[in-house]
Design a protein around this ligand. Structure first.
Ligand code: C5P
Length: 231
């Protein structure tokens, strides 16, 4: 298969079908824009499974997404989309970069969920941008921003309810969208690499912060998430 793209945690391959790609989930973990790197054994397998289950669930709830099927431990067949170079971040509770940026204490529950946009650009470390930047730089149109914001808000409501059913608090997460014909659909992955997930009772972190903050038990935390989903 022809490798189309290699990112920090995934590879994308072309297939014989021009409308489909294969996403391969690696064990590589990176943080702080690639400054911290490690291999987390079997992370790719867990993220492929977790993402697949979440994409299936979102599809059932009416959220169009690129997932077709999981075809092996580390591979997912997806619809070919043109990725929009934006990271759409939704925050319910303060953690991570917003705490550093605004001096807020981790754990503060926001009165209203926050949607942020970052421009996907490794060289410039995915800088935060606003809707005016997106329109001015012709990344997408004003209407398309609205479509994405509506999607992000709806996905947040669905995911919050889904995770609370697993006794997990959805702190924040990152989404990526792609153009599929005339439509905009959800793409990339939804996993403990791209979400902050806290156990509701113990507030223990069940996500990539275990790697970022050297808390240990990274893979055990990801396994916890998968086990609760599969129950
Ligand atoms: O680092 P920050 O606090 O801005 O991250 C917010 C959320 O977006 C976290 O859940 C993080 O895992 C996710 N994220 C991501 N990929 C990035 C940046 C953030 O999945 N490049």
């Amino acid at each position: 298969m022809e490798l189309l793209y290699e990112g920090k945690a995934k590879k994308v391959f072309k297939t014989d079908n021009e409308n489909e790609y294969i996403v391969y989930f690696k064990d590589d973990a990176t943080a702080f824009n690639g400054e911290k790197k490690a291999v987390v054994y079997e992370k790719g397998i867990l993220n492929n499974k977790i993402s697949s289950e979440i994409f299936k669930m979102l599809h059932q709830k009416g959220i169009n997404n690129h997932f077709i099927k999981r075809i092996s431990d580390r591979e997912m067949l997806v619809k070919k989309v043109d990725i929009i170079p934006l990271e759409v971040i939704v925050r319910n509770i303060a953690a991570g970069s917003i705490c550093k940026r605004l001096g807020i204490k981790e754990g503060k529950e926001f009165k209203k969920s926050i949607i942020e946009f970052s421009y996907k650009n490794d060289e410039y470390k995915d800088p935060l941008i606003n809707e005016d930047h997106i329109i001015a730089l012709e990344i997408i149109t004003e209407d398309e921003i609205q479509i994405i914001k509506n999607y992000a808000a709806k996905i947040n409501e669905i995911l919050k309810e889904f995770f609370i059913g697993l006794n997990i608090v959805l702190v924040d997460f990152k989404l990526e969208f792609g153009k599929y014909g005339l439509d905009i659909i959800l793409a990339d992955e939804i996993s403990p690499d791209t979400c902050r997930l806290w156990d509701k009772d113990s507030m223990q972190k069940l996500d990539k912060d275990r790697f970022r903050q050297d808390l240990g038990q990274v893979i055990q935390a990801y396994k916890q998430v998968l086990e609760r989903i599969e129950k």
